[in-house]
Design a protein around this ligand. Structure first.
Ligand code: CMC
Length: 383
C-alpha cells in the first residue's frame, strides 16, 4: 500500500511491490503463477530433479553432470553430523518450540564452524552446504530427545530426504515417503525476497556472518504469516474433522474476520505453482495411508469455500497441502515449520552470497509521527 503522509513522504508499507536489488536465484511471476530457480521451471524440477541437484543448481549456478552431482552429494552426506556440544544444547532446550530449538542450535553451530568469520564466496557456499546437511540432524535429534529416545546417527547410504526421515523415525522410509519429502524440500528451496530471505539479506548487508543471517531468517520464517501457516492449516483441518463440517467452520472463522491459513500470497495472485505438486501428493498419500478425509476437507476449502476469493487473487499457497503431507508422514505438527526451514537454507545462503557480492547496507527510513520537541522534566520533578 502506498500512502502519502502530511510531510508528503511516500510510504510503501510492508515494502509491497518494492524492488530491493537484482537476483539470479529465482524468478517469480505472481500474475500467472510462474516460478523459476536459476531459469529452470519449478514444475520440471519438482517432477524430474532431486533436492541435492537443486541445491547444486542454486549454489553452484548450473545443473551438474552425473559425476559432479555424485561428488557434491558425497560432500553433503559427509557433513551431516552435529557436534556433541550442540546435541547437549538441544537436550537443554528440548521443551521449547522446535523453531526456537533449531534457531538456537544453528546459532550454536557457529561456535563450532572454523570458517564462521570467512565471508568469501567459497566459504559462504561451504558453510551453507554444511548448514543444509546439518539442519535435518538437529530437527531429528530434537524429536528423538523430546520423546526420551537417543538421536539416530545420519545414514550416509540414504539421500538427503530419506536420511532425514530415517533419523526422525529410526527406520528407513519407504520410497513414497522419501520421494514426497524430496519434492517438498525442492519446492521450498528458494523464493525471492520473502520475509525470511529479506531478513537474511539485511543481516548480511551489515557484513555480519552467514550463521547470523540464517538464525535471523529462521526467526522470520517462524511466524504464521510466513512459514507457520502449514501447522495452522493442519490444526484447522483436524478441528473440522469431517468434510461436511467444513462450510460451517469456515463461515464462523471468516465472519470473525480471521483468515483461512494456506490461502493468499503477497506475490502470487494466481495459484502458487508449488501447490500443484503437494496437492496431488496429499491426495495420494491420504489414500495409501487410509486417511482420505484430510484431503477431502482441504478440497472443500479450495474448490468451494475459498473459490469466490479467487476474484480477489487469493488462491492456495505452498503451505496449504504441505501440512497434510507432513501429518500423513507421521511428523508432529510443531515440526512443520522447521521442515520449511530445512528446505530453505540453500535459498537463504544464495541470497546472502548475492548480498555480499554487491553489498549495500539495507537501511530504509521510517516517517516519524510522534510528538516533537517536548519539554524534558527531570524525574524528581515529575508527579
Ligand atoms: N483468507 C482470507 N482472506 C485473506 C487471506 C486469507 N488467507 N489472505 C488475504 N486475505 C484478504 C485480506 O483480508 C485482505 O482483504 P481486504 O482487502 O478486504 O482487507 C486482502 O486479502 C489482502 O490481504 P493482505 O494481508 O493485504 O495481503 P498481503 O499480501 O499482505 O498478505 C499473506 C499475504 C500471505 C500474509 C496473507 O495472504 C495471509 O495472511 N495468508 C494466510 C497465511 C498464509 O497462508 N501464509 C503463508 C504464505 S505462503 C508461504 C510463504 O512463502 O511464506
Amino acid at each position: 500500500m502506498t500512502m502519502t503522509t502530511a510531510r508528503k513522504v511516500e510510504l510503501r508499507r510492508g515494502l509491497k511491490d518494492v524492488y530491493l536489488d537484482t537476483t539470479e536465484a529465482s524468478f517469480i511471476d505472481g500474475g500467472v503463477g510462474k516460478l523459476l530457480y536459476r531459469g529452470y521451471n519449478i514444475h520440471d524440477l519438482a517432477e524430474q530433479s532431486t533436492f541435492e541437484e537443486v541445491v547444486y543448481l542454486l549454489l553452484r549456478g548450473k545443473l551438474p553432470t552425473p559425476r559432479e552431482l555424485e561428488a557434491f552429494d558425497a560432500g553433503l552426506r559427509a557433513e551431516r553430523s552435529i557436534p556433541r556440544g550442540v546435541v547437549e544444547i538441544i537436550q537443554r532446550v528440548k521443551d521449547a518450540h522446535p523453531m526456537d530449538v533449531l534457531r538456537t542450535a544453528v546459532s550454536a553451530l557457529a561456535a563450532f564452524d572454523p570458517e564462521v568469520k570467512d565471508n568469501s564466496k567459497e566459504a559462504l557456499v561451504r558453510k551453507g552446504l554444511r548448514l543444509t546437511a546439518q539442519a535435518p540432524t538437529i530437527v531429528a535429534a530434537l524429536e528423538r530427545i523430546r520423546k526420551g529416545l537417543r538421536p539416530v546417527e545420519p545414514n550416509p547410504k540414504l539421500n538427503h530426504a530419506g536420511n532425514f526421515l530415517y533419523m526422525l523415525f529410526g527406520k528407513e522410509p519407504d520410497e513414497e515417503a522419501a520421494g514426497v519429502m524430496d519434492v517438498d524440500f525442492i519446492l521450498h528451496a528458494e523464493h525471492g525476497a520473502n520475509a525470511s530471505a529479506f531478513t537474511a539479506r539485511v543481516v548480511a548487508s551489515t557484513l555480519s556472518d552467514l550463521h547470523s543471517a540464517v538464525v535471523a531468517a529462521i526467526g522470520a520464517l517462524k511466524g504464521p504469516a510466513h512459514g507457520g501457516a502449514a501447522e495452522e492449516v493442519m490444526k484447522m483441518v483436524k478441528e473440522v474433522a469431517d468434510p461436511e463440517r467444513a462450510r460451517a467452520y469456515a463461515d464462523a472463522l471468516l465472519s470473525r474476520g480471521d483468515r483461512v491459513m494456506g490461502f493468499g500470497h503477497r506475490v502470487y495472485k494466481a495459484e502458487d505453482p508449488r501447490a500443484r505438486h503437494l496437492r496431488e501428493r496429499s491426495r495420494r498419500l491420504g489414500e495409501v495411508k487410509g486417511q482420505p478425509q484430510w484431503f477431502q476437507i482441504l478440497q472443500r476449502f479450495e474448490d468451494e469455500i475459498m473459490f469466490p476469493y479467487r476474484a480477489k487473487g487469493i488462491y492456495v499457497n505452498v503451505d496449504f497441502y504441505a501440512g497434510s503431507i507432513y501429518y500423513l508422514l507421521g511428523i508432529p505438527e510443531d515440526l512443520f515449520v522447521s521442515i520449511f526451514a530445512l528446505g530453505r537454507i540453500p535459498g537463504w545462503t544464495l541470497q546472502v552470497v548475492e548480498q555480499y557480492t554487491n553489498n549495500m547496507l539495507i537501511r530504509p527510513l521510517l516517517e516519524y509521527t510522534g510528538p516533537m520537541d517536548l519539554p524534558f522534566v527531570p524525574i524528581g520533578q515529575r508527579g
